[in-house]
Design a protein around this ligand. Structure first.
Ligand code: SF4
Length: 745
């Protein structure tokens, strides 16, 4: 029997979908799912009967999902027809937080928001408007364009996702080198959930293919999920201690001479200083901080440095600590000095795009140097602005600025598809900020957590109710197609920004309100219009750019890459990998990576550990829900009705806790009520909850949970002390604290 796992795609081809629709008396529309927001959406066939969505099936032609869909997609019709759908714009009539609204028309709502923003622009300047970033939704580019055209730099990026990795890699290696799954013999999944995060099946396929061909998998994370279950080695570090682990591994690699001498000589700057610097980070020191046995740290460093084709896939987990930038650059340095950069099976320097790319809609060219001073709580220090998404502030710092009124308070906040009360740290402060800000607009598909605090609530279409934007995945270009008409007075978030822009006098910058013209502008490089693209039901395949053939060891080019700063200065002033970073040093930051303790931990606050002996952190994705959405969908909620905490059997037994017991989780900042899930695959000193729980499910009779104490929203459990919680360079925010868990009486 062939025991290898198969990774061929599932789903239907277009012909099969048409045949099925005919036999069932249904209509079929090829389109995309996008129920999880991040990434580009899985291709699927949507079937309708009597004008209503009745089922979805995976699209075998889908580039990323290869016909696979996750449970969320199969719950699409329950999302679309949820009793919690917002079906008309609402205007606040009661006090903030009371949740009293009256319905208004779409046009009235646009007029109210436009008048307010224009009035504030006149009084306080355009920078008084902030937008809170959605999680990589497909309208993010249009949102950034709106801010740029309005003249505000205050895009509140999460501060815990993607840009932090990108920043540290770029300022260390001049690029963000990606793991070469196809050729590696060893992969380190570090702070990543390749199976549960991202589009259905994409990374799962990679992992299975790796396993089938005998490559070794090392999972570095505090708890074991499906990916770590397939690993050969699990390195169970304490949450948030990635920098300490990487520094200890550097100590071993340099101390034992396991580095690539030629590469270090030719392409690294500051090796000698680094060698002296990491002497302090011995494996014994690393064990004390990370909880990983010293011998396992030594073994991991040796295994990585001695395996020729070894790659590291670094996930979002490392972006949730005050030492985030140093963790990521220490790992980048590890890749460099061991010679695992841009060689087959290692981390590869991105080459020119393999396929033509669309025109960008962002209009980042409108940002000017004088706007840097108008950032409220810059995400990156002013000297490193703008970065890849233009100028950016940090999400929580924007909300904090409303409370502190320092330096210039934000007067209006628009939050499209983001749910600040359950997405960001410091829930109690966020509530106060939303009560205090002059004007607050929320935009979402179903009732969002912050709705009671909004002045205007804008309903938005699901992807099934709109025909834009098109998607490009690798060589696959396909139009999005509308499946059903919106069941109320609402439009897409794209249309919201287009119409708001027109009402404020920015119509020209928004293609005079024409979504078709906007799609055609983006499609120009492909020489096709959106109407022509629609003639291809499952899209078209692009030819490979002739100059994109993979080459290796492109160091001279990558180390000369220009940064997006106004000066266009290169990322690496010496044209070499920055083991010693003079750009950071010049701005007063540490030139070499260091360990910075979280505000509360077993090692930094032993006095707290007496009362709160366990470490708490949280997961951001699961099989059933994405971030803080979708708990209102019965199909998904039946699979996981209650918020849970992963707790080690020994830790639970010491407290008399059994599987399924309701437990109280107390930190110095608040408490949660969740169900115990006895989980052998977690460190005994660590417990993990899932991010984003707040919403009830009407159909199953499950009520909303409190947003702070007594609920299951992990965000209010952490410190928000501005002196301790931020990474000083990239504003990554801490999601670790100390807790005690007891049976809920
Ligand atoms: S991963 Fe799931 S929710 Fe996300 S786009 Fe794919 S099928 Fe939809």
């Amino acid at each position: 029997m062939d025991k290898t796992r198969k990774t061929e795609g599932a789903g239907l081809s277009y012909e099969q979908a048409l045949a099925f629709a005919n036999s069932a008396g249904e209509k079929v529309v090829p389109t995309f799912c996008s129920m999880c927001g991040p990434n580009d959406g899985c291709g699927l066939y949507a079937f309708t009967k009597n004008g209503k969505l009745c089922r979805v099936m995976g699209m075998a032609e889908g580039q990323k999902n290869r016909g696979g869909l996750c449970p969320k997609a199969f719950a699409s019709s329950q999302w679309l027809y949820s009793p919690e759908r917002l079906t008309t714009p609402l205007l606040r009539v009661g006090e903030r937080g009371e949740g009293k609204f009256k319905p208004v028309s779409w046009d009235e709502a646009i007029g109210i928001i436009s008048d307010k923003l224009l009035e504030q622009k006149q009084k306080y300047g355009p920078e008084s408007l902030a937008m809170l970033s959605p999680a990589r939704r497909n309208y993010k580019g249009i949102m950034l364009r709106f801010l740029a055209v309005h003249g505000s730099p205050n895009h509140g990026h999460s501060g815990i996702c993607h840009q932090q990795r990108s920043f540290a890699f770029n300022y260390t290696l001049g690029c963000w080198p990606q793991p070469d799954y196809k050729n590696c013999e060893l992969i380190f999944y570090w702070g990543r959930q390749p199976i549960l995060a991202g589009p259905a099946t994409m990374l799962s396929h990679d992992l299975i293919e790796l396993k089938n061909r005998g490559a070794k998998i090392v999972a570095i994370k505090p708890s074991m999920e499906a990916d770590a279950g397939m690993a050969d080695i699990w390195v169970p570090l304490r949450p948030g201690t990635d920098a300490a682990l990487a520094l200890s591994m550097l100590h071993v690699v340099i101390g034992e001479g396991l580095f690539d001498k030629e590469f270090v000589r030719d392409w690294c700057y500051g090796f000698e200083e680094l060698g002296n610097h990491v002497k302090q980070y011995s494996p014994a020191w690393g064990e004390r901080i990370t909880g990983v046995p010293a011998q396992q740290i030594i073994d991991a460093a040796r295994l990585y440095s001695k395996t020729k084709a070894a790659a590291i896939d670094l996930g979002n987990g490392v972006e949730h600590t005050p030492s985030s930038n140093d963790a990521i650059r220490a790992i980048a340095i590890l890749i460099a000095i061991t010679g695992h950069l841009d060689r087959p099976g290692c981390n590869l320097i991105p080459g020119p795009p393999e396929y033509t790319q669309p025109n960008s809609e962002k209009h980042l060219d409108l940002f000017t140097p004088d706007m840097v001073d108008k950032l409220v709580g810059p995400e990156f220090p002013p000297a490193f602005q703008p970065f890849l998404e233009g100028l950016s502030a940090a999400y929580y710092r924007i909300l904090e600025s409303v409370l502190t009124e320092n330096p210039n308070p934000i007067r209006a906040i628009i939050a499209p598809g983001t749910q600040p009360l359950v997405s960001n740290r410091g829930t109690k402060n966020v509530i106060e900020a939303l009560k205090k800000v002059d004007f607050f607009v929320t935009v979402d598909v179903t009732r969002p957590a912050e709705m009671a605090f909004a002045d205007v609530v804008i309903p938005a279409t699901t992807p099934y109710e709109s025909d834009h934007p098109f998607e490009l995945q690798g060589n696959w270009l396909m139009a999005r197609n509308k499946v059903v008409e919106p069941a109320g007075d609402f439009k897409s978030t794209h249309e919201f920004f287009f119409e708001l822009g027109a009402a404020m006098g920015y119509g020209k910058e928004f293609w005079n309100g024409s979504i078709e013209a906007y799609e055609n502008f983006r499609l120009e490089p492909f020489g096709i219009t959106i109407n022509e693209l629609r003639q291809h039901p499952v899209g078209i395949r692009l030819d490979k750019n002739p100059d994109s053939e993979r080459t290796f060891e492109k160091y001279a080019k990558a180390f000369d890459n220009k940064s997006p700063r106004f000066s266009s200065a290169p990322y690496l002033p010496q044209g070499k990998a920055a083991l010693y970073n003079t750009s950071f040093e010049k701005e007063g930051f540490t030139p070499m990576p260091v360990w910075r303790e979280p505000p509360e931990s077993l090692t930094v606050t032993p006095e707290l550990a007496g009362r709160y002996p366990l470490i708490l952190s949280d997961y951001h994705t699961s099989k059933f829900f994405i971030a803080s959405w979708q708990r209102n969908i019965p199909l998904l909620r039946e699979m996981q009705p209650h918020p849970t905490i992963h707790i080690h059997p020994g830790t639970a037994a010491e407290r008399g806790i059994c599987d399924g017991d309701w437990v109280k989780v107390e930190s110095p900042h608040g408490w949660l009520k969740v169900k115990a899930e006895i989980y052998p695959g977690i460190r005994p000193d660590t417990v993990m909850v899932q991010h984003g729980w707040w919403q009830g499910c009407e159909e199953l009779g499950l009520p909303d949970l409190p947003l702070a104490d007594g609920g299951a929203n992990a965000n209010h459990m952490y410190s928000v002390d501005p002196e301790k919680v931020y990474d000083p360079l990239v504003t990554a925010m801490c999601s670790q604290t100390l807790v005690e868990v007891s049976k809920y009486e």
